[in-house]
Design a protein around this ligand. Structure first.
Ligand SMILES: CC(C)(COP(=O)(O)OP(=O)(O)OC[C@H]1O[C@@H](n2cnc3c(N)ncnc32)[C@H](O)[C@@H]1OP(=O)(O)O)[C@@H](O)C(=O)NCCC(=O)NCCS
Length: 282
């Protein structure tokens, strides 16, 4: 059969959703975001068809740090293990390189071993692992201390971040809505300008509000520094909005902040593996 990768179009929705609605016991997020992804003016959603029938998809998002973020790889159960995800992955890496991406990244749940094996086929390598912690009873610990970093302090904030073990363990990224981007000087400058960088002593955090559909997520997208100061910082961040549906703290594997959070009653929501690939010759 002839497999072909092409840009997604509106008529792909019905055949793709006919199997995607059952992925992960019906909890897949792709049906909720498909229309938005299709409307993206950068035209970044791809479909693989077999003899004219759409049987798989994926998407590339271009992030503010110059990276390309790969997401939403799905293949019809009847056509798995036929190399289709790998075909789409290769197509997308070429497309992302052609559009100037400096690095390609993607994430996968830490237990999705099938996906990890397929990801290895398209030459992505594990860069880091993160766990997402939730405060006890859905509440961020009360009290604590957090100072908003002022625009003139962006460089100092970046130096502070770079000096933390969490920056090194996590490969220098922060998370927003389950995508990871580099904490580059430009990105940190923008985060500081929008009032999203906070500190307490030698601890530093990025805090953002995001969401999907009706979900409103307060995310501590990066946290680094001595565990006691970091914990106080998490407790001192603004939050507890009425509409918020989830509060998450992203911490890289191996960070001592994890023990501090656990002592305060934080529990692990789930864990992610971050994979990276450099463009050819990179
Ligand atoms: C993950 C997924 C996209 C892979 O699609 P696919 O088209 O079957 O993948 P490919 O055929 O390109 O797989 C290539 C490699 O992945 C690995 N792989 C794929 N399916 C596997 C399976 N069932 N068991 C073991 N290894 C598997 C193998 O290494 C395989 O290479 P090989 O066939 O030469 O041994 C598909 O299984 C899927 O849609 N899963 C549900 C959604 C999901 O988990 N998406 C990924 C989120 S990060």
């Amino acid at each position: 059969m002839g497999a072909k990768v092409r840009l997604a179009r509106p008529s792909d929705k019905v055949p793709l959703m006919s199997f995607i609605r059952d992925v992960w016991g019906g909890h897949d997020y792709v049906p909720r975001v498909w229309d938005r992804w299709l409307r993206d003016p950068r035209r970044t959603m791809f479909v693989v068809e077999l003899d004219g029938t759409p049987v798989g998809m994926n998407r590339v998002k271009f992030l503010e740090d110059g990276s390309a973020w790969f997401e939403g790889a799905r293949v019809h159960p009847d056509h798995r293990r036929e190399g289709l995800a790998t075909l789409m992955g290769e197509y997308s890496t070429k497309e992302a390189a052609r559009r100037g991406a400096s690095v390609f990244r993607l994430t996968s749940g830490s237990r999705n071993r099938i996906a990890h094996m397929q990801i290895a086929k398209i030459k992505f390598e594990e860069a880091s692992r993160f766990s997402i912690y939730e405060p006890p009873e859905g509440r961020v610990a009360e009290g604590g201390s957090a100072l908003r970093v002022k625009p003139g302090e962006a460089e100092a904030a970046l130096r502070l971040m770079e000096g933390t073990s969490e920056f090194k363990l996590g490969g220098g990224v922060f998370w927003h809505e389950f995508t990871a981007a580099s904490l580059s000087p430009e990105v940190v400058g923008r985060l500081v300008a929008s009032g999203e960088v906070w500190r307490n002593g030698r601890a530093v955090a990025v805090r953002r509000v995001g969401g999907e559909g009706s979900g409103v997520w307060e995310q501590v997208c990066f946290i680094g520094g001595p565990p006691d100061e970091a914990l106080e910082l998490v407790g001192g961040l603004p939050g507890r909005r009425k509409k918020t549906t989830a509060r998450w703290v992203f911490v890289p594997k191996g960070s001592p902040i994890i023990t501090a959070l656990r002592k305060e009653g934080f529990t692990r929501h789930f864990s992610l593996v971050l994979f990276e690939r450099k463009p050819v010759n990179g």
